[in-house]
Ligand binder design. Structure first.
Ligand SMILES: C[S@@+](CC[C@H](N)C(=O)[O-])C[C@H]1O[C@@H](n2cnc3c(N)ncnc32)[C@H](O)[C@@H]1O
Length: 232
């Protein structure tokens, strides 16, 4: 089932172009239902959690969590997307270079604890911001090139603190019918990517098929939500 999309590659420039042309159909104007529903599992009673958003786009979930007193770090290649996030959230921000990542910039909210790194995700590491107590992965594992999944999972694993609670959103559909992104990520692959060092629990599975997915050529679309935690 992985074969139809195995060779698919989206260059970083293609993502940046999508932002320039406002082709950002992945963006949701409200807090993601699955994050909202499972937030207690992610926080597990903790306050002031450091939460990582890989491939953050301008997800409004970041402001929602920061408003609750958590701190948010995101990584996004599109400067456009990052600026739109701050502007649409009515947050002022500063902008500075990141000496450890040539060419990268970090945008920091002046009012909230939100720092967004504008760079290729694979240039980011725990040496920049340490490890995280939570990760919200929506539109990230499903958006990276399928051939990069091992590299991605080892980076994510290296960013997880011992008490990290990683909420992962994947999509199941027939990959022979649609090219992606978002790409198809079967449950077995979630287990092969993270199962060696993490416990994996499927916390939700919802039929997420809408009319617009018919135009992708699909006949079903299931969203699976996993809670991934480091093994003791
Ligand atoms: C499908 S969108 C999801 C955005 C966000 N997580 C959301 O739920 O709205 C994927 C985002 O990742 C960014 N992106 C893709 N590859 C990247 C990479 N290697 N490093 C950093 N950002 C990347 C794209 O510009 C795009 O904004």
């Amino acid at each position: 089932m992985l074969a139809p999309q195995a060779e698919r590659v989206m260059a970083l420039g293609e993502w940046e172009q999508r932002w320039q042309e406002n082709r950002t159909g992945f963006h949701q104007p409200t807090v993601h239902k699955m994050l909202e529903k499972n937030i207690d599992k992610v926080l597990a009673g903790r306050t002031g959690v450091r939460i990582f958003f890989p491939l953050c786009g301008k997800a409004v979930d970041m402001k929602w969590l920061a408003d609750m007193g958590h701190s948010v770090v995101g990584v996004e290649i599109s400067e456009n997307g990052i600026k739109q996030f701050f502007e649409e959230s009515n947050l002022t921000y500063s902008e500075e270079p990141v000496p450890a990542i040539p060419g990268a910039k970090v945008y920091k909210s002046s009012e909230k604890n939100i720092s967004l790194y504008q760079c290729d995700l694979y240039k980011f590491s725990s040496s920049i911001e340490g490890q995280f107590g939570a990760i919200w992965d929506r539109g990230s594992l499903v958006a990276i090139n399928p051939g990069d999944r091992e590299k991605y999972s080892s980076l994510i694993r290296s960013l997880m603190a011992k008490d990290c609670r990683y909420l992962l959103d994947t999509l199941l559909y027939n990959p022979e019918l649609y090219n992606g992104p978002p790409f198809f990520v079967p449950d077995e692959q979630v287990h092969s990517l993270f199962g060696n060092s993490c416990d994996i629990e499927l916390v939700d599975s919802v039929d997420t098929f809408e009319d617009r997915h018919r135009s992708w050529g699909l006949d079903y679309l299931t969203e699976n939500i996993f809670l991934i935690t480091p093994k003791e």
